[in-house]
Design a binder for this molecule. Structure first.
Ligand code: FMN
Length: 187
């Protein structure tokens, strides 16, 4: 069964550990799951005056992709104990009407940080934000990559075996969650 996932990285760095973690998720995803990483670099800062006229094309494109996707995968660095502004800005754009695009959407949250805590504080904020938007956030397994500089090789491959196993399990659980939602929707 095919499952489409929209993935967002909260870091714009070319050698972002979080974007590399999304690449690892693509590698470890179960058969039939396709994951598209949407680049947030061109996103304007949220402006409600702009929204009331029309969503900027890049924003509308992401809104359309999320509306059509079966699930979401969010990777955020921890910036000053919270989610990055880049990701929060995109979430803010997508959260506004028409529709409630995050509501009920199976959502997996992952993160990498260079410190000892593996983005846990930022992830907790992100989980609260997505719960507030009524997304169906997966709680476990938690993928929090601490001391990220030691867990990726020069080419950006996620090399931590324990972390790879957890990430693979999370992606499998995301697929199961989507399938359950489909069965539920079909009655
Ligand atoms: C503005 C800023 C704030 C940061 N705050 C934290 C923090 O609160 N906790 C933490 O573990 N790392 C923090 N870091 C370090 C990030 O974990 C590190 O830069 C990481 O590589 C960012 O993810 P990326 O590789 O995907 O860009 C911060 C980095 C920046 C640039």
């Amino acid at each position: 069964m095919s499952i489409s996932v929209v993935a967002l990285s909260g870091s714009l760095r070319k050698k972002s550990f979080n974007t590399w973690l999304l690449n690892a998720a693509i590698e470890l995803a179960p058969a039939g799951m396709s994951i598209e990483i949407v680049d947030l670099a061109p996103f304007p800062l949220y402006d409600d005056d702009v929204r009331l006229v029309a969503y900027p094309p890049v924003v509308q494109a992401l809104r359309d992709k999320i509306a059509a996707a079966d699930a979401l995968l969010l990777a955020s660095p921890e910036y000053n104990y919270s989610v990055s502004g880049v990701l929060k800005n995109a979430i803010d754009w997508v959260s506004r009407p028409p529709g409630a695009l995050f509501a009920g959407k199976p959502t997996a949250i992952i993160g990498a940080a260079t410190g000892l805590f593996g983005s846990i504080r930022g992830q907790n904020h992100l989980r609260a934000i997505m719960a507030g938007l009524d997304a169906a956030v997966l709680h476990k397994p938690e993928v929090m990559v601490a001391q990220a500089a030691a867990k990726f090789d020069e080419a950006g491959k996620f090399t931590d075996e324990a972390g790879r196993k957890l990430l693979g399990e999370l992606m499998a659980k995301l697929a199961v969650t989507v399938e359950k939602e489909r069965k539920h929707a079909a009655g």
